[in-house]
Design a protein around this ligand. Structure first.
Ligand code: ZN
Length: 136
């Protein structure tokens, strides 16, 4: 089946993250000055504003910090998945990332639920990190 959702827009800034996903690594930026980690990609540290950063892998485990459930598809490609969630995941390293928790019904999703990253190969070139319950 063709993938009908929007694909990531790969830029010079975020390319290391998407290349890491193809290797099944979840890479985030880490400040070389203060050690802060963040995702999504930014050109500078959002704590100390340094532009000196490196890409570093995180374990890809964490817990659901918050979430919302969509009952309306704003994009055609999401219609078949209604209702679906958009979740704020707090990674074990402390940073929070926006993603989806798949493999669990929206009525079963809970704040504090342990989750882990899972890689969704949507095409031979594109692998999108998503999250699943940690015990699956
Ligand atoms: Zn910093």
């Amino acid at each position: 089946m063709d993938y009908t959702k929007p694909l990531p827009l790969v830029t010079d800034l975020n390319r290391p993250h998407w290349e890491g996903a193809r290797r099944r690594e979840f890479l985030v930026q880490q400040c070389a000055s203060c050690g802060h980690r963040w995702f999504p990609p930014l050109p500078n540290c959002n704590r100390c504003l340094s532009t000196d950063y490196r890409w570093t892998p995180v374990k890809g485990t964490g817990k659901v910090y918050s979430f919302i459930v969509y009952y309306q598809a704003w994009l055609e490609g999401f219609k078949q998945e209604l209702p679906y969630n958009v979740a704020l995941i707090e990674l074990d390293e402390g940073l929070r990332v926006v993603n989806n928790v798949v493999g669990v019904g929206s009525d079963e999703l809970r704040i504090g639920m342990p989750v882990r990253v899972a890689y969704d190969e949507v095409s031979p070139e594109v692998v999108i990190p998503r999250f699943v319950p940690a015990d699956t």
